[in-house]
Design a protein around this ligand. Structure first.
Ligand code: ZN
Ligand code: ZN
Length: 348
């Protein structure tokens, strides 16, 4: 065992506070990592507040982890001491089911082991995440960080980046496609950059006029203010894909009407029931599809890291000292961050 320093939530109501706990001794297939940076995801906030009713306290959030390898188990060949690596939303899965064999561990038939808030498959202890100075993870779930990538701003690629990249890749988005990105937060701004990198023509849909210039700065070819009916009418039946990053209930029908026949509307943010209901007409008459997608597999995550390194794509981040994490949470709730906080773990 080795002692780790962290910030943890101790209840749904109280702010995060310092916490010390034991990380396991590396098993033969484990990689021990000193954490340098950890991105702050909305899921961290939901988990700390027990919004999904599954949190066991104390919980150390954080699943956008970048760090340096300090030691590896006997069976590890992919990594060595000193390597710069990442850890995303998963730290284990069954590894034998069809999904795991297909490299989509996020859809493991037995359920994947989350980086925090899951029971470890071997010893049954609760996994604890990256708001911490160190972590121990099985080598299959450790990601190579490509040379030349800016490490702090790469951390959010491990969740926000892969969450938008995986469906774009799966649905074959590329040159000649028109993609709409709904919402301009942590996910949306990465969706714009990655859809552009894949060769698509990208339009951001936003509710506020204030975000038009911002969306263009992030590389959007066009911006549509979704509350402006004339602007919505002008883009009716023109899109191949919608990448919908909005995490709260919203009307999908106007966006479905913006898709061509055979168009696909991909949900990556919404976990609640769709409300208001989808008009069957909007699907049936144009053979349109509503799809969902969850993070991405391990191989695919290394792929998007490489793409970002090669094309100089970074997440826009604001650095945070761990002592200010509660203030960071408050600002995130208000949408007051462009677009991701990343904790500098040297401050712990
Ligand atoms: Zn996340
Ligand atoms: Zn599996």
């Amino acid at each position: 065992m080795s002692q780790a320093k962290a910030y943890a939530a101790f209840s749904a109501e109280k702010p995060l506070a310092p916490f010390t706990f034991d990380r396991r001794e590396p098993r033969p297939d484990d990689v021990a990592i000193d954490i340098m940076y950890c991105g702050v995801c909305h899921s961290d906030l939901h988990f700390a507040h027990n919004d999904w009713g599954m949190t066991q306290y104390p919980i150390v959030p954080g699943h956008e982890i970048v760090g340096r390898v300090t030691s590896v188990g006997d069976k590890v060949t992919r990594f060595k001491e000193g390597d710069i690596v990442g850890v995303g939303c998963m730290v284990d899965s069954c590894r034998t089911c069809s999904a795991c064999k297909d490299g989509v561990e996020q859809y493991c038939l037995e359920g994947f082991t989350m980086t925090y808030g899951s029971e470890d498959r071997q010893d049954g202890t609760m996994t604890q995440g990256g708001y911490s100075n160190k972590i121990v993870v099985s080598d299959h779930f450790v990601l190579k960080m490509p040379d030349g990538i800016d490490l702090a701003s790469a951390a959010p690629i491990l969740c926000a980046g892969i969450t938008t990249y995986s469906p774009l890749k799966h649905h074959g988005v590329g040159k000649g496609h028109k993609v709409g990105v709904i919402g301009m937060g942590g996910l949306g701004h990465m969706g714009v950059k990655l859809a552009k990198a894949l060769g698509a023509e990208v339009t951001v849909f936003t509710r506020s006029d204030a975000k038009v210039e911002e969306a263009k700065r992030n590389g959007a070819d066009h911006v549509v203010v979704s509350g402006d009916q004339a602007q919505m009418d002008a883009v009716a039946e023109t899109f191949d894909f919608m990448l919908d990053t909005v995490p709260v209930q919203h009307d999908l029908n106007p966006y479905l009407a913006s898709l061509k026949y055979d168009g696909t509307h991909i949900l990556v943010g919404l976990l609640e029931p769709i409300e208001p209901a989808i008009e069957g007409f909007n699907l049936v008459f144009k053979r349109r599809v509503v799809a969902g997608s969850l993070i991405g597999g391990i191989a695919e995550t290394e792929e998007v890291l490489k793409l970002c390194a090669d094309q100089g794509i970074t997440c826009d981040v604001e650095m945070l000292d761990i002592q200010n994490i509660n203030e960071g949470f408050e600002r995130m709730k208000k949408g007051d961050v462009r677009y991701r906080f990343v904790i500098d773990m040297a401050t712990i």
